[in-house]
Design a protein around this ligand. Sequence first.
Ligand code: ACM
Ligand code: ZN
Length: 530
Amino acid sequence: MKTLSLILCAAFSLGVAAEVNYQVVPLPQQIDIDASGKYAVLAEGMTVSYPADNAQMKRNAEFAAEYFGLSAKPADKKKPAEVSLTLGLKNDNPDAYCISVTGKGINIQGASESGVFYGIQTLRKSVMNEQGEVHLPYATVSGAPRFGYRGTELDCARHFFPVSFVKKFIDILALHGINRFHWHLTDDQGWRFEVKALPQLAEKASVRPHTIIGKNIGLRDPANAIYDDTPETGYYTQEEMREVVRYAAERYITIVPEIDLPGHMIAALSVFPHLGCTGGPYEVWGVWGIADDVLCAGNPGTLEFLKTVYGELCDVFPGKLIHIGGDESPRVRWKTCPKCQAKMKELGLKEEAQLQTYINKEMEAFLSKRGRQIIGWDETLEGGLSDKAAVMSWRGYEGGKAAAKLHHQVVMTPTSHCYIDYYQLKNHDAQPLAIGGYLPLSKVYSMEPVPDGLTEEEAKYIMGVQCNLWTEYVLSPDHAEYMLLPRLAAMSEVQWLQPEAKNYEQFLGRLESLRQNYRKLGYKYCSTNE
Ligand code: ACM
Ligand code: ZN
């Protein structure tokens, strides 16, 4: 092993090895490069140290070792490592990091373990495109995200994605400094969450016998749709999901699992028809859109079913937020269902929307006993929000704004800027079939998550922002990556940067280097900027 003094060259750049500039996505808040021209060398075979007896820092060091070809070891004052990972950065933001490259070596310090992880990612993206030995100019490089909730949603109900891809998706989030994975697990077209007490869900409700082809005439008319004859199947066992939780946690990503209620439930109704207002029969849906059939709000079995499902959901997913869906749930069946009408009478409710609030409140009470907080789509505002519910604003900014004014936490994800299932290029022939819309990279980048018209106090309730990848028309992992990248890069700057630090032209320059990172990592991406 070479000694530290040999490796930390107080030399001027001779143009032999590549010299990096730390200009990555998301852009650090500060990049101060020393005018001396001195640099430290980062090369395979060096050592990265971490504070002994901190398991998360050990794992961080193992990531650094893997990315840079180093060996990880506990810190030893007598034998300092070339790269050191430390805690204790003074910053109220736990995700803050500071990389210092000096004559003493390369130090990545975090305000917490997650901050160290983000510092490692910044260094990783800085050096990934270089071969062999890399010169790191003496510098101070620091960053901290604007929002605490930085999410991305993946719909695994419309099309099933195997655990191997879910892990790759998590790797992609980690590369972009994203810390919430909103996992959409159930829908009309397939149930993917194993419930041990109700095995029919995994066994049967996960099977869609056939799927509408393209966008033929029957999209909203199941009886007249033209279908393929390829069943779409798949579910996640609890063991698999626990493994995904562990994998995500190592990368400082918390999973927000979603079981959508009371609508988007046809797959569940196909095995429990008595939970629908008409009693069925129902079939796992092979078309896309909004179904009139939803859970019956007046049937006591409905709450019993939901508590069984969400009880097991809590056993698998330890994160605080549990997504209860709540979107696109027509109330037409409730209007004519004797059980739903009797329930409204019993509770003294004036309109059907309040029945949804009744279910939400029951679920909130159930989940808060388990230390959880509910989050739902902005339709949950319609019959009145339950006490502590957070809101995901998707039909625009208005729902989120109204919720913030009521002092409820909000995640912004309006279709206008965050729906990455939309086309990313104007020319439809240059990209795979998509659900519609047009959301170019530049539009994602332009997003401002905090709407006008909120006081400073109210604006604090905007806890973050996410983009959503619905998969009606996303049939494969490669296609999912293409839809994500590079729009996720634009989203990560929305999530990390203060508005005054954003600059689209400059971002496009840094994005080219990130695209090279994608190539190195074997990710599929769109290579055109619009
Ligand atoms: C949604 O896109 N239906 C939340
Ligand atoms: Zn009913």
